[in-house]
Each structure stands twice: as structure tokens, then as C-alpha cells.
Design a protein around this ligand. Sequence first.
Ligand SMILES: Cc1ncc(COP(=O)(O)O)c(C=O)c1O
Ligand SMILES: C[C@@H](O)[C@H](N)C(=O)O
Length: 388
Amino acid sequence: MSEFDLPLPYSGASNDFRSDTFTTPTKEMIEAALTASVGDAVYGEDSDTVLLEKTLAKMAGMEAGLFCVSGTLSNQIALRTHLFQPPYSILCDYRAHIYTHESAGLAILSQAMVVPVIPSNGNYLTLEDIKSHYVPDDGDIHGAPTKIISLENTLHGIVHPLEELVRIKAWCMENNLKLHCDGARIFNAVAQAGVPLRQYGEIFDSISICLSKSIGAPIGSVLVGDLKFVKKANHFRKQQGGGIRQSGMISKMALVCVNGDWKTKLLYSHSLAHSLAAYCKEIGVPLESPADTNFVFIDLAKARMDPDVLVKKGLKYGVKLMGGRVSFHYQISEQSLEKVKLAIGEAFEYSKAHPFNSNGATKIYRSESTEKMDVDGNAIHDVKTYKY
Ligand SMILES: Cc1ncc(COP(=O)(O)O)c(C=O)c1O
Ligand SMILES: C[C@@H](O)[C@H](N)C(=O)O
């Protein structure tokens, strides 16, 4: 018994639908770490870290890469590096992670205004959406001119159509705007759309490629771009405390994933998501967006479904949920898929008898809250013990 109050040992991600960040390192990754290089990566002396950076840069057809301990750090230093003289703004989708889930980093590190845009088609930004919301640098001293268009591919699991990206890129070049990609799930887009990473590299000025999401590395992202950009991003990485010393072990583990058959792993996770989406359609559970890849977003508002009830139905069947987003990754078992279908089906039936109207902020990923009351007026405090 530990003297400290520790979390219970994690029992594995086969039933964990909260996010694709919950995958656990495999024996192959851990064994690879045992023979990793051990140089000081701040001085560029760790060969496995440099190998990882060069491998990703080559895959994306970019000049250079920079290892970052998180996608948040990678995004934030990328956007900061593209910016020079405030006032300026960054245009992105209103659901973008850089806007909703990076702790106001753009306001603090970059002193940037964000222009969040609701896509007119409900799924992904078009050039028309961008044109009608961007702030031109025309000397009007009231504005914060747009300097970067930051897209996310995939965003909420939606693949951004290549032809739309090409249109946006051409317009950005004409208007001297940078185009960044939050590629936390770019590998999912590559696998599903059959578009090589190199083709996305021809479109974007920078891509933040997460390795710790669907392809299953335990830690890390690689920011890719031209050499001058990556050198300056490295400066901001150090400033933000992201200079990590002997990173060879985690880089070697990530290389196992990058050099492995990630496409098969991702397409497996997509097949599970597609199965759940079909089930939801079959029983009438409304979805918020198309399940192109590894996410199924239940439209809780339209379903009048209490996310906390959904989470608890999940616990009843031994699967972990966080709210209306059901996340798939390669470690999810087919047995767990059947259990999550049962949980969603029961939560949906419950919502028909107990329609729920959210009385608080709409949180994209998390929905547990102790402020919520159940339909009988009882406070929902403990997810695990709450029974109904
Ligand atoms: C779309 C997207 N971008 C960026 C990130 C940030 O990655 P990290 O959690 O490694 O900071 C996440 C979450 O993990 C994400 O979902
Ligand atoms: C919560 C969020 O930051 C994380 N990227 C996820 O998708 O789970």
C-alpha cells in the first residue's frame, strides 16, 4: 500500500472511448526504448530524436521537423513563429483545438486575436467562409489583420476535402497569409482519404503532427515546416520550457509507431466508428457530424440526452465515456464496441422518458460536472456510484 493517494493502475485502453490519447505503449515500444540513444536533444545531439524529426519531415515533404512533448506546444509555437507585429489575428474553425482547448495560449504567447468561424456547411471551412470572415491588412487601424489561417485535419473526425484545401492555399498565397495545420489526427485523414502526407505538406506552411493520438505513441508531436521556420520555432520551444534533454527513449517509441503499419490500425478504428455511427442511425440517435474517421459525435442537444447519464450507462457496461464524443483507436476491442452500443441505446431510451436540457456551457469533450442534478433533483457527484 503506497503512502500516497495514487490513481488505480490503468487497466488498458480496450474499453476506453474517452479519447485516442489513452492508448498505452506496447511491449515493442518499451523494448525499443531500451536501446535508444541518450544524447542531449537541446544541443541536437540525440540521434533518435533527430531521426524522428527527419523522418516526419521527409514524410511530409518538408525541410525540417521539431520534436515537441505535446500537440499544444507544437501548435502554439508554430503559430507564434508565423507572427511578427501585433495587432494581428488567426482565423480558425470555432471548434478548433487551438481556440477551445489550448488554455488561451494564442492570447498569452502570441498576443493574437482569434476569429472563430462557423462553417456554413456545418462540417469544414470553405474558402467562402474564410473570405467572409478574414480581416484584410488594409491600413484600417480598427482591425487586427488576419495573418494565419489555421485549419485542423481531421477536425472532430471530419476529413477536410483536398480540393477545398487547395483552393484555400491558393487564396492564402495571393493574400500573403500563412496556412497552418493542426494535424493531431492527420494520419487519420491520410489513411481515410488516401492522400499522402507529402501532399498535405505541399499545401500547408506548417503541420503539427501528433504521434500520441491515433498512431499510439505515448508522448509527442513533431512540428514540420521549412528550415528557417523550424529553427525559430525551436527558439520559442526553448522559451516555453519545451527543450527536453534525453528524449531518445520516447522518440524511439514514437519511431516504432511511425515505422509500423499505422494505416491498418487507423482503418480498424475507423471501421469500429463507422459501425457505431450506423447503429446510431438505425436506432435514431442523432449525430452532430459525419463519422468520417475515428470519432462519433452524438448530438446530445437534439437527442435531449444528459451526458452524465451516458457516462454512467457506459460504466454500467464497463466502458469509459467522457460525454457525447465517442473516440476510437486501435486498442479498442470489438467486444467494447458492442458494450458502448448498449450504453448509448439505454441512454437514448432514458432520454426519451427523461428529456434533458443542458443548463450550462456546451463542453465539446467533457461533460461530467458535479453541478448537474438528476431528473429527481439529486446532485450527481460521483460518477462511479451514481445509480438510477
Ligand atoms: C485536435 C487537437 N489538436 C491538438 C491537441 C493537443 O495535443 P496534446 O494533448 O498533446 O497537447 C489535441 C489533443 O490532444 C487535439 O485533439
Ligand atoms: C481533450 C483534448 O485536448 C484532447 N486533444 C482530446 O482530443 O481528447
